[in-house]
Design a protein. Structure first.
Length: 179
């Protein structure tokens, strides 16, 4: 996993809970704790940090990942405003993930492993994203979707209609716009 993800997690934890909590998570997880944005680090370190946060907060790991996704999105917007500016709403942004956003991620962070999305839309207020990634971080994707909607001033609900954690081949994230 690219170091930028660890950097953003550290920022989010310190901002919401303080330096001491970040240090506690590093100690509890056994993670290295020194991450450069362009570096690559074992996925197991991220999993261990999420596990430590889950235990410390007495919350499911999926809730921790969802929180991280929501808090990570404004940081992405601050750092990479040019990736968000061309899109006028959440739907446009989500539909650009495979063709515009992730190719730009690969330019900035060579070797990054991005998820792949499939799209299905039969209703104006609904978009289903098929999420496929060997990391199986669908809860993080949910949080990022919620964070993107907040950025564009929209309100959405995200429901998982299928999940790799429950035996599905890919996750299905149904995004519904709330009026």
């Amino acid at each position: 996993m690219k170091g930028i993800i660890f950097n953003l997690l550290e920022e989010a934890v310190i901002e919401q809970f303080g330096d001491g909590v970040w240090e506690d998570l590093l100690a509890a997880s056994g993670a290295g704790g020194v991450y450069t944005s362009l570096g690559s680090y074992p996925d197991a370190e991220a999993v261990a940090l999420v596990g430590a946060a889950s235990a410390a907060l007495d919350q499911p790991a999926a809730d921790v990942l969802r929180w991280f996704g929501m808090t990570m999105m404004p940081r992405f917007v601050d750092r990479y405003a040019a990736l968000f500016a061309p899109h006028g709403n959440t739907r446009e942004f989500l539909l650009a993930l495979n063709t515009i956003i992730h190719p730009e991620v690969h330019k900035l962070y060579p070797g990054a492993v991005c998820p792949h999305f499939r799209y299905q839309s039969s209703e104006a207020d609904r978009l289903t994203l098929g999420y496929n990634s060997p990391r199986r971080l669908c809860a993080l994707a949910e949080g990022l979707i919620l964070g993107a909607a907040a950025h564009y001033g929209e309100q959405v609900r995200v429901e998982q209609e299928a999940c790799m954690h429950h035996g599905a081949r890919a996750c299905e994230l149904a995004v519904r716009w709330v009026s």
